[in-house]
Design a protein around this ligand. Structure first.
Ligand code: SF4
Ligand code: SF4
Length: 92
């Protein structure tokens, strides 16, 4: 169960303080070096279940489609395998 931040992130910082479980790190702390985008630790993110009705980070994000938890779109490397129910699809 985790949302993903995709590479259209503009590193604006609007999401990071909204996370109730401190799952988001900024571009400097992104484990994918030089990605230039914010990052969500999948082992921390709870998709805001029991905190908010919807993922608070996605609500705060000004970049439409940047934070996803449902569809796999194009060749976005950080979206692979994420389903809306939080389960992980097999990534080939
Ligand atoms: S969905 Fe909620 S818990 Fe997950 S990263 Fe976004 S704000 Fe944090
Ligand atoms: S709010 Fe959206 S665009 Fe801004 S840093 Fe977070 S994920 Fe990136």
């Amino acid at each position: 169960m985790s949302v993903k931040i995709t590479d259209i992130c503009i590193a604006c910082g609007a999401c990071i303080d909204e996370c109730p479980v401190e799952a988001i790190v900024d571009d400097d702390d992104n484990p994918n070096a030089d990605a230039g985008i914010y990052y969500v630790y999948g082992d921390k993110c709870v998709e805001c279940v029991s905190h908010h009705d919807e993922p608070a980070c996605a609500t705060a994000c000004p970049t439409e489609g940047c934070i996803v938890w449902g569809e796999i779109v194009g060749d976005q490397p950080h979206r692979d395998g994420v389903k809306r129910d939080g389960s992980q699809a097999v990534v080939e």
